[in-house]
Design a protein around this ligand. Structure first.
Ligand SMILES: NC(=O)c1ccc[n+]([C@@H]2O[C@H](COP(=O)([O-])OP(=O)(O)OC[C@H]3O[C@@H](n4cnc5c(N)ncnc54)[C@H](O)[C@@H]3O)[C@@H](O)[C@H]2O)c1
Length: 271
């Protein structure tokens, strides 16, 4: 696959040992990008993702780091820059969530949710932008928001607030980075099948007849999605490629929903 301007670019992706982050890592590598994989856990899925990127013929680095801690973010970026020499693309993707109704959310729940789903996005974006400004050759920052930024589900208060704040934060980042050729955008995925699957079962992704009970929402959700299928990580990765290549040169400070038309359909009658 060719988009010449992406060839040899260096991208760091947080929380990318599997799921949407893996999809982004692999598609960027197919377009010639060297990739740093970060996650808080190192397991078989992480090893698989590193191998999948390497199999595309690109340089890949692994970075174990808890990105809720600024000291770990500093170490992560130092390691990444030492390995790749520079950073051109920053993808904020990591997440964790405690889903609770409003009256039960504790201060600790709030801090936990905001640290991973908003503070870490701010700190990683800021460090990446400082590197890019220093390099003087521009860059791209893309953060993964959610349809939860636009509508509400029971128990999603902290998660949804952070996802909405990401969109607003990227507008300020775009404005404050005026003149540096650093485009800052977010993507709001809809229902995406991000189950952990071994590489040999990747072809089953998106097949909701095989989704287990814990992902039961997918089966209901299909009724609300005009495109009539659940998304796969590559759907999000394609939007990332658009935003990080010359195709997206004039898109800045925006959020692109990638949801099969879910938001267009208004509010579903139940969760
Ligand atoms: N899957 C969906 O349907 C969907 C829909 C809308 C938005 N999103 C967003 O897309 C992104 C990826 O979603 P996903 O479904 O692939 O998620 P996931 O839970 O499968 O992956 C998130 C990754 O982040 C890592 N992580 C958690 N805490 C971390 C920390 N402190 N430091 C570093 N890594 C950490 C996890 O270990 C995990 O590998 C998230 O931002 C999510 O909110 C997903």
């Amino acid at each position: 696959m060719q988009l010449e301007e992406l060839e040899g670019k260096k991208a760091l992706i947080t929380g990318s040992k599997h799921g949407i982050g893996r999809g982004i890592a692999v598609l960027l590598a197919k377009y010639g990008v060297d990739v740093g994989i970060n996650d808080i856990e190192y397991d078989q899925a992480a090893r698989d993702t590193v191998n999948m990127v390497r199999n595309e013929g690109r340089n890949v680095s692994w970075h174990l780091a808890d990105i809720t801690k600024s000291s770990e973010i500093d170490r992560l970026f130092n390691e990444f820059i030492e390995e790749h020499g520079r950073i051109d693309i920053m993808i904020n993707n990591a997440v964790d969530a405690r889903l609770k109704p409003f009256l039960e959310i504790t201060e600790d729940d709030w801090d936990f949710g905001v640290d991973i789903a908003l503070k870490s996005y701010f700190l990683c974006s800021q460090r990446a932008a400082r590197e890019m400004v220093g390099q003087g050759t521009g860059g791209r920052i893309v953060s993964i928001s959610s349809v939860h930024a636009f509508r509400t589900w029971p128990t999603d208060l902290v998660y949804g607030v952070c996802k909405a704040a990401i969109i607003r934060m990227h507008k300020s980042m775009a404005v404050d980075l005026k003149g540096h050729n650093i485009n800052c955008n977010s993507i709001a995925p809809g229902y995406i099948d991000s189950r952990i699957l071994p590489p040999e079962q990747e072809h089953l992704r998106g097949d909701i007849t095989l989704v287990t009970k814990s992902h039961g929402n997918y089966k209901k959700a299909i009724n609300w999605i005009p495109t009539q299928r659940i998304g796969v990580p590559e759907d999000i990765a394609r939007a990332v490629v658009f935003l990080c290549s010359s195709l997206g040169d004039y898109v800045n400070g925006q959020c692109i929903p990638v949801d099969g038309g879910f938001l267009a359909g208004g509010t579903p009658d139940s969760h």
